[in-house]
Write a protein that binds this ligand. Structure first.
Ligand code: NAI
Ligand code: MG
Length: 352
């Protein structure tokens, strides 16, 4: 029996509703498989924890999390209790940075049963590999003159190591998929970092002769996500470009409630973290109608990460099957509850 030890952090709001739902699904996955099991240890780190302890997690929080096989997180944020930047930086961003989760991946896939805002969506299935540690989101810079002469300077930081690491990750993912990597650039407008990014991409691509590689300027690329998303396989992007592209990806799928994400540690020193794209959804807390699909799809990405890709794709097939049969939460036009959607996914998994 292969046991995976997982730290679960439901966090705030609907995180507390969808994480248990996804854990039930993972339990069913292990029952169906027979040879693996998931052992969850729950941590209460959240805004409520902050109210009680004055911090989002204890001083040794990271030490406690460090040896798990992965972290399974719901959502963080309750601005009535704690300002969002405090809760975000005190937990999520701390884990991402300290555990060197330098890659963020977010798939976007056309799912039958969900109404995409695209008028006639083709069968798209793409995945954005976003550099998650540097680039435009650096803390280098400053502000001077708090008057009409005020100046703000924000420096982007691109390292060869960081760029190449994200690109290699993208090529290796593409090898298991449709063998096509698109690099998001803007070397016509940004004259230092982006020509550098292009250069690293061209060099890296040479090591993967079987994989088609091309570059697109981010503005055109953003529009192609809307007009022809089916032409993409893997897109590799800097931190900011990836951030924006992945929101378009979630939008064309039809709801933020179904979009999954993973923060990947590539050097094996620390666990990776799996979390849906959505936040704590304060407007629907406690109603039992949070869409569990984003969290369950996130569990699928965790299975992939554990090398259980066959199981992962079975799980995604089941999710799609359930959606196709109209068992949907209200955010995607249905009337089903979190529990009903989860139960149906479990039922169909067990029937495989
Ligand atoms: P949100 O994602 O929580 O909600 C946006 C809208 O989507 C709301 O109408 C909500 O009801 C809906 N929604 C979200 N998840 C859903 C689900 N599973 N099922 C059905 N509908 C769903 O974003 P918002 O409102 O901007 O942020 C709320 C709180 O969450 C804030 O405190 C924010 O900082 C935090 N947040 C945390 C994130 C994280 O933990 N990664 C990401 C985004 C926001
Ligand atoms: Mg974003």
């Amino acid at each position: 029996m292969k046991v995976f030890n997982i730290a679960s952090i439901p966090g705030d709001g609907v995180g507390k509703e969808v994480v248990p739902a996804a854990q039930r699904v993972l339990k069913a996955v292990s029952d169906v498989h027979g040879g693996i099991s998931f052992h969850f240890t729950e941590f209460p780190y959240s805004c409520e924890y902050y109210l009680e302890h004055g911090q989002m997690m204890p001083d040794d929080g990271l030490v406690k999390l460090k040896d798990f096989d992965s972290i399974f997180l719901g959502a963080v944020g309750n601005s009535k209790l704690v300002p969002d930047h405090v809760s975000l930086w005190g937990l999520l961003i701390k884990i991402r940075r300290e555990f060197e989760q330098v890659i963020n991946i977010r798939p976007a896939k056309f799912l039958q049963g969900i109404k995409s805002p695209l008028a006639s969506p083709k069968d798209f299935d793409l995945l954005v590999v976003r550099e998650n540690s540097e680039g435009e989101y650096s803390t280098v810079g400053g502000r001077i003159y708090r008057n009409e002469e005020e100046i703000a300077i924000q420096n982007a930081v691109f390292s060869r190591k960081g760029a190449e690491r994200a690109m290699r990750f993208a090529f290796e993912m593409a090898a298991k998929r449709k063998k096509h990597v698109t690099s998001a650039t803007k070397s016509n407008g940004i004259i230092h970092s982006m020509p550098f990014w292009d250069e690293v991409f061209e060099l890296t691509a040479k090591d993967y002769p079987d994989i088609a590689a091309d570059s697109q300027h981010i503005d055109a690329l953003a529009s192609f996500f809307v007009t022809k998303p089916e032409t993409f396989d893997i897109i590799v992007a800097s931190n900011l470009f990836g951030d924006i592209l992945t929101d378009i990806g979630a939008a064309i799928m039809g709801s933020i409630g179904i979009a999954p994400a993973a923060n990947i540690n590539v050097n094996g020193k620390f666990p990776s973290m799996f979390e849906p794209v959505h936040g704590s959804a304060p407007d629907i807390i406690g109603k039992g109608i949070a869409n569990p699909v984003g969290q369950i799809w996130t569990a699928k990405m965790m299975l992939d990460h554990f090398g259980e890709e066959e199981l992962g794709s079975k799980l995604l097939d089941v999710i799609e099957d359930v959606l196709k049969s109209g068992i949907l939460t209200p955010d995607i036009g249905g009337t089903s509850t979190t529990e009903e959607v989860t139960d149906e996914i479990i039922k169909r998994l067990k029937a495989l």
